[in-house]
Design a protein around this ligand. Structure first.
Ligand code: PLP
Length: 407
């Protein structure tokens, strides 16, 4: 498939609707992306024709559902260039993926005084589980700040590593500033010092090709609803050496081999970390979404979004009453901003909403970054493969109206 923006837009039925009597301009993709018809159809087909529980039944529908569900592991392995589908653990999204690493890998292994390095740009999903370890084990969290452009020099992360560093848990792309971090350089240095690296790919995997073998990281998390798939779907790539070190933290069906009154034997990974009935149809939908993205082509998506990003940067730069947070040379198409006027981010988003423009307002689950930037909240416009330069123009018109109203 070549990159044909009108064909792509027509694949997403919701983009044809109006909001507040205006054509929808959906710029809240960083929070969750819209779904193409193929995903909606796959979900409807699963429930209307091919649904049963997975792994357990010997009947036709259970086998068909299991085959479709398990086939997604291979699709995600290909999407991330994982060496094997056995390195892909299914889950409900990034939050569950990072909690798995915290409870199954870090909790049994870390001791008081061990160090976890985080960037100041992390989403709460990649902060709170490490606070649990700080509270319960006495682990230290070491923060690395961005510079004034919102850039994060990998050398700063490397300089923060000590003999006590056990883990670097770092975002690949900031959900607030759009900064893309050189996680490969960080991974190389961390592993030379005996520390593991968890990469939060929640935002990056939507916008660029991912190669976990090239990055060399130990853990890479993705979340399905941002990847044009259903909410409640997701996965984590875990390097084989780390899988061997992990103990399951959630117990239940599917992750065991045999359970007796006084004995238990466990299933192999990845199922060892997938207790209970999973998000069956969500995961099937995610497989279709990932195929859709790969058909469009991750390079083509990256190229299109890079041109949208350049256009938006130049247009927003012209608004001298607008303060865009972060201007890194590695920035992707995520723009967080405030106005010079005292208007709250919520007021700006309400005015934009009246014009059919959906943006996010608040702290974006990144309170340490908000504190560092000395703002309580920002508005965020985050772009996806189906956005256009005309939609950037609509945003600029909406912001001009906000400036008139609030200054
Ligand atoms: N990490 C980043 C960078 C995110 O942007 C998000 C979602 O906004 C998350 C983690 C959490 O993802 P989820 O809520 O799907 O688990």
């Amino acid at each position: 498939m070549s990159f044909d923006i009108s064909a792509i837009r027509s694949d997403f039925p919701i983009l044809g609707r109006e909001v507040n009597n205006r054509p929808l301009v959906y710029l809240d993709n960083g929070a969750s992306a819209q779904k193409p018809q193929v995903v909606i159809d796959a979900v409807a087909k699963a429930y209307s024709e091919e649904y049963s529980n997975v792994h357990r039944g010997l009947h036709y529908l259970s086998n068909v559902t299991t085959d479709k569900y398990e086939a997604v592991r291979g699709k995600i392995a290909k999407f991330l260039n994982s060496p094997s589908e056995d390195n892909i653990v299914f889950n409900s999204g990034t939050t569950e993926g990072i909690n798995l690493v915290a409870y199954s890998w870090a909790m049994p292994r870390f001791e008081a005084g061990d160090e976890i390095i985080l960037s100041i740009m992390e989403h709460h999903a990649n902060i709170v589980p490490w606070h649990f370890l700080r509270e319960r084990l006495g682990v230290k969290i070491i923060w690395v700040d961005v510079d004034e452009t919102g850039d994060l020099d990998p050398e700063k992360v490397i300089a923060a590593m000590t003999a006590r560093t056990k883990l670097v848990a770092i975002t690949h792309m900031s959900n607030v500033l759009g900064t893309v971090i050189d996680v490969k350089t960080i991974t190389r240095a961390a592993q030379a010092k005996g520390a593991a690296v968890l990469v939060d790919g929640s935002q990056s995997a939507v916008h660029m090709p991912i190669d976990v073998q090239d990055i060399g990281c130990d853990f890479f998390v993705i979340t399905g609803h941002k990847l044009y798939g259903p909410s409640g779907s997701g996965a984590i790539y875990i390097a084989s050496e780390r899988i061997a070190e992990m103990r399951p933290f959630m117990g239940g069906g599917d992750m065991i081999r045999e359970v007796g009154r006084d004995i238990i034997t466990y299933n192999d990974a990845p199922m060892l970390f997938e207790a209970g009935t999973p998000g069956i149809v969500q995961q099937i939908g995610l497989g279709v979404a990932i195929e859709y993205m790969m058909d469009v082509g991750m390079q083509a998506i990256a190229k299109h979004e890079s041109s949208i990003c350049d256009y938006a940067r130049s247009k927003l730069d012209e608004l001298d009453w607008l303060n865009v947070q972060g201007n890194s040379h590695t920035k992707g198409a995520i723009f967080s901003f405030t106005l010079d006027s005292p208007a709250h981010a919520h007021d700006i988003s309400t005015v934009l909403d009246k014009k059919g423009i959906a943006v996010r307002a608040g702290h974006h689950c990144a309170q340490p970054l908000m504190e560092y930037l000395n703002v309580t909240a920002t508005c965020r416009a985050s772009f996806a493969m189906y956005n256009t330069t005309q939609e950037v123009d609509a945003l600029v018109d909406g912001l001009e109206l906000c400036n008139e109203l609030f200054s």
